[in-house]
Ligand binder design. Structure first.
Ligand SMILES: [Cu+2]
Length: 112
C-alpha cells in the first residue's frame, strides 16, 4: 500500500510539473493581428499598412469563393465564411488581387 501511495504522489507531482510548463490556458491573440474583410467583391480595407511580423487574416463574407493572389502566392479558394492568414516578415508593398475576380485589387504596405 505504501508503494501505491508513493506512486500516486509521484504521478501527482509529475502532473504539477507538466502543467506548470504549459503555456497559459487562455490564449492571447497574436500582437498586431489584422483582419481584412472580403465583402461585395472588394477587400476592406483596400490599403492596409502594418508593421513587419504582423499576420493578416482575410475572411470571405461573400457567398461566392474568393482568393488572395499576389507576391508569387495564392491562397486556396475561400468559401463563405472561410479565412486565410499570412504573416508578413519583410517590409515592402504587396499588391494583390482575387484570383477568381482579378478586378478585385488591394495592397498591403509593410513597414519596418
Ligand atoms: Cu473574388
Amino acid at each position: 500500500m505504501r508503494y501505491l501511495k508513493m506512486a500516486v504522489i509521484g504521478v501527482f507531482i509529475s502532473l504539477l510539473i507538466l502543467s506548470a510548463c504549459r503555456p497559459s490556458p487562455t490564449p492571447t491573440p497574436p500582437a498586431g493581428a489584422i483582419e481584412v474583410t472580403i465583402q461585395s467583391f472588394a477587400f476592406s480595407p483596400a490599403t492596409l499598412t502594418i508593421k513587419k511580423g504582423t499576420t493578416v487574416t482575410w475572411t470571405n463574407k461573400d457567398s461566392v469563393p474568393h482568393t488572395v493572389k499576389g507576391w508569387g502566392t495564392e491562397s486556396s479558394s475561400m468559401g463563405a465564411g472561410q479565412s486565410y492568414s499570412y504573416k508578413f516578415d519583410s517590409a515592402g508593398t504587396y499588391d494583390y488581387i482575387c484570383g477568381v475576380h482579378p478586378y478585385m485589387k488591394a495592397t498591403v504596405v509593410v513597414t519596418e
